[in-house]
Design a protein around this ligand. Structure first.
Ligand code: PLP
Length: 396
């Protein structure tokens, strides 16, 4: 069976050029970057080159990049480390309710230790307003953390404005940019953030590698203690092949981003139009324009998202119901709930996330399969709605 992969927000295949670049570091170049001899220095140079490439992609200096084991570690390090460093007198953290579990649960951990966590509301599209951030700031606020782009619906936050509000009050700003890096152009200077988390496997790099950008002059207490690696900010012998892969993925993202974003957005729009025009009672979740170019989240009324996912999987099409990390959970998506979407609509939601391998034929085959599967599931559903009812374009 030929398979169609539309779950690139969960993870992406490793780019062939990334694999090529990594292979020598798995096979031949085995030195420890901390060793002074030739073997060590060969590995050290590769790590330095990768650090430069990561920095170049986001408009940072190489010294501002710390390699981590992925997005989750970068986020834990940013939030717990910044709070430990700066929160002597400040006890409030501001965030949003639509963050990834890595942020939600790091904030929960801090909340259990006595910090006050303020969760800003989001609108029907999943956007946080800079005004609500300004209103939430108190004399006790230490940090604002708001994701740059949401993993489930793709909505892009007005982060420059939110960071602007924070800067007026001299507060730290972290953003989880795990879904944004490699998909939209971004620059830490323009965003005005102090801390930014990214992850290799979301943009054709290997799994288990990520980075935290830490603006020069900002100090973050380490999460992991041990040797002197990463200028004492993250101990442990570096995962050289993965770091090399992340560096190459960043270089490719910088070169290909503009073309690939336009191509993938056209395919995403084709998928959306196909669904809206051929399947009644479907609804777009998330912002219709201000969203990631590869992401489409749709609700199909009277259908369980999980059943739809499994039926599509049987036809060789991989999608996600809610976020990958929440898959299997019976509760409706916390993102859609925060956007004010009712539980029934939320349960019938599917995320399609396209990527560099997606073709027009994939999109057309997916629409065809959806027409068939949604029709079949609705026939079986006791909730089945009036088939003549129309569609809606916006979330809420
Ligand atoms: N943040 C967001 C928005 C994500 O989508 C993910 C992964 O799904 C993460 C953080 C965690 O990244 P990692 O898988 O590298 O730990």
């Amino acid at each position: 069976m030929s398979r169609i992969y539309l779950d690139h927000n969960a993870t992406t295949p490793v780019h062939p050029a990334v694999l090529e670049e990594m292979l020598p570091y798995l096979r031949d170049v085995f030195g420890n970057p901390s060793s002074i001899h030739w073997f060590g220095q060969e590995a050290r140079q590769a790590v330095d080159r990768a650090r430069q490439r990561v920095a170049d992609l986001i408009g940072a200096e190489p010294k501002e990049i710390v390699f981590t084991s992925g997005g989750t570690e970068a986020i834990n390090y940013a939030l717990r480390g910044a709070v430990e460093q700066y929160a002597e007198n400040s006890r409030q953290i501001i965030t949003s309710p639509i963050e990834h579990q890595a942020v939600l649960n790091s904030c929960g951990y801090l909340e259990d230790r006595g910090f006050q966590v303020t969760r800003l509301p989001v609108d029907e599209y999943g956007a946080v307003s800079p005004e609500s951030a300004a209103d939430a700031i108190t004399g006790d606020t230490v940090l604002i953390t708001v994701m740059l782009a949401n993993n489930e619906v793709g909505t892009i936050q007005p982060l420059t404005e939110i960071a602007g509000v924070a800067k007026e009050r001299d507060l730290l700003v972290h953003t989880d940019a795990v879904q944004a890096v490699g998909k939209i152009p971004l620059n830490v200077q323009q965003l005005g953030v102090d801390l930014l988390s990214l992850s290799g496997h979301k943009f054709y790099g290997p799994k288990g590698i990520g980075a935290l950008y830490i603006r020069r002059g900002v100090n973050v207490a380490p999460l992991i203690y041990g040797g002197h690696q990463e200028r004492r900010r993250r101990a442990g012998t570096e995962n050289v092949p993965a770091i090399v892969g992340l560096g190459k993925a960043c270089e490719l993202a910088g070169e290909e981003l503009e073309d690939s974003a336009a191509r993938v957005a056209a395919l995403r729009d084709r998928l959306e139009e196909g669904i809206l025009s051929q399947i009644p009672q479907t609804q777009l979740n998330g912002h219709p324009e201000n969203r990631l170019p590869n992401t489409l989240n749709m609700s199909f009324s009277s259908v369980e998202g999980e059943s739809l996912l499994m039926n599509l999987d049987l036809l060789g099409i991989a999608v996600s119901a809610g976020s990958a990390c929440a898959a299997g959970a019976a509760e409706p998506s916390h993102v859609l709930t925060a956007m004010g979407i009712d539980p029934e609509q939320s349960q019938g939601s599917i995320r399609f996330s396209l990527g560099r391998g997606t073709t027009e034929a994939d999109v057309d085959a997916t629409v065809k399969a959806l027409v068939e599967v949604v029709g079949k599931l609705r026939e079986l559903s006791p909730l089945s709605a009036d088939p003549d009812a129309g569609n809606q374009r916006s979330g809420g």
